[in-house]
Design a protein around this ligand. Structure first.
Ligand code: FAD
Length: 506
């Protein structure tokens, strides 16, 4: 940083450029969690606006909301949110087949052997029920029921949940929260960026009307424009289109087609990509994520209008993107968060999570003494890269693990070469039903198992220990588990009923 700790406040002057989901999450996170170390200002332009999509989240967001001291019921009411237990994937492995990737486990480990090995053993004997029957989150989702998990070690604690919210309402909610928690907001368009002639650090943002916002640390949340990190610092973009060919979306909010509000997101494979259905309290988010190399924008708009079950509330809106990430998310005194630093399509609702993790790492590595230690910057970049790489591999799996050969798009993704890191994971699974172990980042055993099994990719063999026991006894034990899950779910309220009771609390 060129100036070190500001003389005026003795705090690090943080300037956040952008008031979308990433910008307000960053500003609020830093202001609330580093109140003595940082002075936070945010610049946003109503004229430019926000991307305004991004409705489904992962369970980690609850930790963020909780840490900030936001009341869940108030937040849900303000953003018309629903609860989410996972994602229902349809037609990915094969047309007509579906599975739920739940926020929770399948069964439980026994004698150090993962439940899926027991399930594979039952499968070998023709005694297995669908894997989802042994997941509380899956069974609850299928029954449209919801109740928060118990806070103990019982069966009722074996799942998690996230939110599905209206992205256009989330920003304003966070903005109000930020303004009452010390964030200073500037409305206006940045048209010039001042830099230090010696070290190239950014020193100030110039607004069209002549205002000058000085800072020590700049967080680029300017969305796909990436005004500071991409445009000014020319931080290189690593393009992943060859693995994730979808580069467009046609978004179409609709009315609900049925009175039930599902506690899960639906992702249905389409000839040139997939479409989402995200139930909110007041409407159903719909959209077709597609590859422009395989279908035109007009065809994609027609396809989503034809596929949506509710009444469209607007015309379809096209969003264009490029999958990938900046080689470094933190360069000089600029940190990219959100779309300014990278984008992976929303197949597993990971973008808001990636922004949240970048904020968390930034807070952990924050230069409280006003001087950026290059080792902290490198560590931040390593952690962000690791997060992106894990998500990337998992997304590619959904496309690659398919038998579909009904379109050019599916032929391409089925036969393409995948990253070495994914190839290693696939080999481990194919040969012996193993999941690569890691302790950081997203997507652990249950997630990989859900997709492998859900898309019909069974391993050649599995752990031999379950075969040492009696298959009939194993079947009885798993049946008891299944019955306990069913009973637990039967005691849960319907999702809409639970939503109404929560709304009444506020
Ligand atoms: P934006 O919302 O674009 O905000 C950019 C901000 O920068 C705006 O406030 C703008 O005014 C400001 N700005 C830009 N230039 C200037 C300037 N010169 N001067 C002043 N201000 C400026 N994520 C999920 O987690 N789940 C999902 O289900 C999901 N679905 C998605 C579906 C699609 C089709 C797409 C494209 C994305 C989806 N995402 C999803 C990603 C999610 O939308 C974004 O991660 C999230 O909205 C964060 O956006 P952002 O704040 O980085 O950018």
């Amino acid at each position: 940083m060129s100036r070190g700790i500001s003389e005026r406040t003795e705090k690090v002057r943080v300037v956040v450029l952008g008031g979308g989901t990433a910008g307000w999450m960053t500003a609020v996170g830093i202001a609330k969690l580093l109140p003595d170390a940082a002075d936070v200002q945010l610049v946003e332009s109503e004229d430019i606006g926000i991307v305004g999509v991004g409705e489904a989240t992962l369970p980690h967001i609850r930790g963020f909301v909780e840490k900030l001291g936001i009341d869940e019921a108030a937040f849900m009411k303000a953003t018309h949110a629903t609860f989410k237990l996972g994602i229902d994937f349809r037609d990915f492995g094969r047309i007509g087949e579906s599975y739920i990737h739940p926020f929770g486990s399948f069964g439980e480990e026994l004698n150090g052997v993962g439940f899926h090995h027991y399930w594979l053993e039952l499968q070998r004997h023709g005694l297995a029920r669908p894997l989802g029957d042994y997941s509380l989150a899956v069974v609850a989702a299928q029954a449209n029921r919801f109740r928060p998990p118990a806070n103990d070690v019982s069966l009722a604690s074996t799942y998690g949940y996230a939110y599905q919210f209206d992205a256009t309402l989330f920003g304003p909610f966070m903005r109000d929260f930020g303004l009452s928690n010390g964030v200073t907001r500037h409305e206006g368009k940045v048209n010039e960026v001042e830099r230090d002639g010696v070290d190239g650090n950014v020193t100030a943002l110039m607004l069209e009307d002549g205002r000058r916002i000085e800072g020590d640390l700049f967080v680029d949340c300017s969305g796909f424009r990436s005004l500071l990190l991409g445009e000014k610092l020319e931080e290189e973009w690593e393009d992943w289109t060859h693995w994730l060919p979808c580069d467009r979306a046609a978004a179409l909010p609709c009315t609900h087609a049925t009175p039930d509000i599902r506690p899960y997101t639906t992702a249905t494979a389409m000839p040139a990509g997939w479409r989402w259905q995200i139930p909110l309290q007041h409407r159903m988010g719909n959209g077709y994520v597609f590859s422009s190399a395989h279908i035109s924008e007009e065809e994609a708009c027609d396809a989503i209008v034809a596929a949506a079950d509710g009444e469209p509330l607007t015309e379809p809106r096209i969003l264009r993107f490029r999958p990938g990430r900046r080689r470094r998310s933190w360069s000089r005194n600029v940190i990219g968060v959100g779309l300014a630093s990278g984008f992976l399509e929303p197949l597993e609702s990971t973008s808001i999570y990636l922004a949240q993790m970048a904020i968390t790492y930034l807070i952990e590595l924050f230069p409280t003494d006003g001087k950026i230690d290059p080792r902290d910057r490198d560590e931040f970049n390593r952690l962000v890269d690791m997060e992106y790489d894990r998500v990337r591999d998992f997304l590619i799996l959904h496309y690659h693990a398919t038998t579909r050969d009904d379109s050019e798009f599916w032929n391409h993704v089925r036969t393409m070469t995948v990253p070495d890191s994914l190839e290693t994971k696939l080999e481990l699974w194919r040969k012996a039903g193993r999941i690569e172990k890691y302790s950081d980042g997203l997507f652990y055993d249950a997630s990989w198992i859900a997709v492998y099994v859900g898309q019909g990719m069974l391993p050649e063999r599995h752990d031999t220990r379950p075969a040492l026991g009696n298959a009939q006894q194993l079947a009885k034990a798993t049946e008891r588990l299944r019955e306990a899950i069913s009973a637990e779910v039967a005691a849960m309220p319907q999702h809409d009923e639970y939503l109404r009771s929560e709304a009444a609390r506020v």
